[in-house]
Design a protein around this ligand. Structure first.
Ligand code: ADP
Ligand code: MG
Length: 391
């Protein structure tokens, strides 16, 4: 079902291999403060080194405004990587042009070259063919391993892959295997859990999962909009008033597939230490807001999850960043961790919530791509994947 060439299918010995990684990592005081994304790229990097390739890594970092900005330099990432691998790690202050080319040409098999931020070039986000051609000049083959950027057709993702022979890295392969399998050919029952802030962010995801999943469990602020659509006053809860008709439509389309919370945790404000109450779903008292799903809802959702063979989860069940409103999210995480289902978590905040719950190692696959994982769940073929060579 994953029908693209991977690094295993191409000859890389003695070749210069340009690898698009997702090194868009947080930097604090000039140092990498979370290396999750770097570690996720290591299987591909190590494999290429073992195979005797010279490895050129490039990525975007942050949102510089189309020109060099020291705040977004890749240099700290190169330094960090250098402490992680035995191979020599070099750094090029240019990602394209003569300096980059010279650095690439001087690179020996078994060595790594990290290029400066791709977004220091205006052509990157415009998918400028000239910039793609400059990237392509640096290497013999291209490997796409930046799943988190694969939903964007940029010069360093889609553009360069049109020019060089292009294959997927191991991270890409893994992400697409799990997410793709769940969405096209899931082992059933297939249960989707949706939450987070907004319905409007995720209309495509909800629609696609309504068609594919056997049950959909809805929590988070997203559920508030459904409550209001059903006629309950939601007081100060986060609600999207402009999609109430759509919410009613989705409820009708989904029928008994859709399950909403039966109880909620409310508070007058979202601050740590705020007074909280658990109440059955119904009119929310003035001055209060819904900030989590209640224990009975966790239990109900748990029963459905226990019977599942595939679980896909996007969107926290409540404002999990504040401890008092994290129990719904962590409770659902616990049930998933205990179940035998293949479990897949997508979405930036959802991945963070799972890490915070301490149950990350009990989840089959936690996607490294926020936006990219959502587009996969929508059933969209990512441009950075479509362009890779077929097997
Ligand atoms: P993801 O990044 O996983 O796709 P979203 O960005 O859609 O998830 O939503 C995550 C955010 O939704 C979190 O910051 C969380 O605090 C917020 N959230 C969830 N439930 C509520 C709620 N009831 N009230 C306010 N915010 C909520
Ligand atoms: Mg988010």
């Amino acid at each position: 079902m994953f029908n693209k060439k991977t690094v295993r299918d191409i000859d890389v010995k003695g070749k210069r291999v340009l690898v698009r990684v997702d090194f868009n990592v947080p930097i604090k005081d000039g140092k990498v403060s979370d290396d999750t994304r770097i570690r996720a790229a290591m299987p591909t990097i190590n494999y290429l080194l073992e195979q005797g390739a010279s490895v050129i890594l490039f990525s975007h970092l942050g949102r510089p405004k189309g020109g060099p900005d020291p705040k977004y330099s890749m240099k700290p990432v190169a330094d960090y990587l250098s402490g992680m691998v035995k191979a020599p790690v070099k750094f090029s202050e240019e990602a394209a042009g003569p300096k980059a080319k010279e650095a690439a040409q001087n690179l020996k098999p078994g060595e790594i070259l990290v290029l400066e931020n791709t977004r220091f070039y205006e052509g990157e986000t415009k998918n400028d063919p000239d910039l793609s051609a400059q990237f392509a000049e640096l290497a013999d083959v291209f490997v796409m391993d930046a799943f988190g950027s694969a939903h964007r057709a940029h010069a360093s993702t889609e553009g360069v892959a049109r020019i060089l022979p292009a294959a997927a890295g191991f991270l890409m392969e893994k992400e697409i295997r799990y997410l793709g399998q769940a969405i096209t050919d899931p082992e059933r029952p297939f249960v989707a859990i949706l939450g987070g802030a907004k319905i409007s962010d995720k209309i495509g995801v909800i629609r696609n999962l309504l068609a594919k999943a056997d049950s959909i469990l809805i929590g988070g602020a997203m559920a508030n909009t459904f409550f209001k659509a059903q006629g309950y006053p939601t007081a100060d809860s986060l609600v999207e008033d402009d999609v109430l008709d759509l919410a009613r439509e989705l409820l009708k389309e989904g029928g008994s597939k859709i399950r909403l919370p039966v109880d909620v945790v409310i508070a007058p404000n979202a601050e740590e230490g705020a007074e909280t109450k658990v109440m059955p779903v119904g009119p929310i008292p003035d001055g209060w807001k819904i900030l989590d799903i209640g224990p009975e809802s966790v239990e109900n959702f748990g029963k459905v999850i226990k019977g599942a063979k595939t679980v896909v989860w996007n969107g926290p069940m409540g404002l999990f960043e504040v401890k008092q409103f994290a129990e719904g999210t962590f409770g659902v995480a616990r049930v998933i961790a205990e179940s035998d289902a293949t479990s897949i978590v997508g979405g930036g905040d959802s991945a963070a919530a799972i890490q915070q719950s301490g149950l990350a190692d009990k989840i089959t696959h936690i996607s490294t791509g926020g936006g990219a994982s959502l587009e996969m769940l929508e059933g969209i073929v990512l441009p950075g994947v479509a362009v890779l060579q077929d097997k």
